[in-house]
Design a binder for this molecule. Structure first.
Ligand SMILES: C[S@@+](CC[C@H](N)C(=O)[O-])C[C@H]1O[C@@H](n2cnc3c(N)ncnc32)[C@H](O)[C@@H]1O
Length: 341
């Protein structure tokens, strides 16, 4: 380290004192919030766990939406659409989130007290417990990179993600979102209650495991001759390996020249819990309702493993971001761009 670099780093003792002061300021704010947080948390648990189960909506899709809420309020990624949606969404409590995390939000805004929820890792430095934010930001980058050159956008397993609304409003592009019927019904009802316009998006209810998503997509007006961006985000882990392969082969078949398939893959070790018991424990609630099934063996040469898997599905890998790469940890997650072979 040069003298210059040393000078730029605040001495450790100063940073320790700063954090200590922030904690001292944070504690009374948190204490004030406790009574309201208890009510909010109860409402959150009721809506997020009991009501979502009764309504039969995807629990993992609810968690993805919740993360967007955190990213908005902790100043990482402004997302007014997801906030407006959450306020009317029957399976989440906006009040519950605000009352539970209000003290942290205020402390971050008033005196810079930042927890994991308010930070984003540098590219390549993502860890098991911190990669949800970088994952969202990277898919945003993929949308920004391709959306203007595409004629169609397809999101199989869109859940409660509003990325299509955010990036395609006012653009001449056909958009198709697919997901299970109950999840899509609740999504459309909530958009309507919120007053968010969505009339340029075609919502297609389908269960990949027993219906042909391709037939449904073609029936809804998808045009095989048009340049398309497929965004398959955090869906493959919930499907059997054969179904993942079949779905990707079908996607490849639907690709006109210049089309792109962007998707993410988890490692087998991550899915099985071998890589991190803490993550597996934390994900227990999701797992109970939507078991994790598919991962790629990434222990040796992860990029080559992903590339060879894509080749088997009739795809050529054009880009890969392997999370945690700079940390030298065992590969656990990657986001990949591919085109038809
Ligand atoms: C983790 S969520 C991801 C949602 C969204 N892509 C995102 O990243 O926010 C997984 C989604 O896959 C959908 N999914 C899982 N299995 C499915 C199946 N067999 N048929 C249709 N959709 C399915 C779920 O309903 C859920 O919305």
């Amino acid at each position: 380290m040069t003298d210059n670099q040393t000078n730029k780093q605040p001495p450790k003792i100063l940073s320790f004192i700063k954090t200590l002061l922030q904690i001292i300021l944070y504690i009374p704010i948190q204490i004030i919030f406790i009574p309201v947080a208890i009510i909010g948390l109860t409402d959150g648990i009721y809506k997020g766990i009991i009501k979502s189960r009764k309504m039969g909506v995807s629990f993992s899709a609810c968690r993805s939406l919740q993360y967007k809420w955190f990213m908005h309020y902790f100043n990482i990624r402004p997302d007014p659409l997801s906030i407006a949606f959450t306020k009317k969404f029957p399976c989440e409590s906006h009040f519950g989130l605000l009352s539970t995390f209000g003290a942290l939000i205020i402390s971050q805004r008033l005196f810079g007290f930042t927890t994991r929820l308010g930070k984003v890792d540098e590219k390549g430095e993502e860890t098991f417990i911190s990669f949800a934010g970088p994952r969202v930001l990277m898919f945003d980058c993929i949308m920004e990179k391709y959306i203007d050159e595409m004629e169609q956008l397809v999101l199989p397993g869109a859940g409660f993600d509003l990325i299509a609304l955010q990036f395609t409003k006012g653009k001449k592009i056909k958009v198709f979102e697919l997901d299970q019927v109950k999840t899509l019904d609740v999504k459309v009802e909530t958009l309507e209650k919120t007053g968010i316009k969505h009339d340029w998006i075609t919502y297609i209810p389908v269960d990949y495991s027993n219906e042909s998503w391709v037939d449904k997509l073609l029936g809804a007006g998808f045009d095989k001759t048009k340049k398309t961006l497929f965004l398959w985000q955090s869906v493959s882990l919930f499907l059997e390996a054969e179904l993942v392969k079949e779905t990707l082969r079908e996607m490849a078949d639907l690709c006109a020249d210049g089309s792109i398939i962007a998707q993410d893959f988890y490692s087998q070790a991550f899915i099985s819990g071998e890589a991190s018991k803490t993550v597996k424990r934390a994900a227990r609630m999701i797992e109970k309702r939507e078991p994790w099934k598919f991962g790629i063996d990434m222990r040796n040469e992860p990029n080559a493993a992903v590339e060879s898997f894509l080749n088997e599905c009739g795809l050529r890998m054009t880009g890969i971001s392997q999370f945690g790469e700079k940390l030298g940890i065992e590969p656990f997650y990657c986001i990949v761009e591919a085109e038809k072979l």
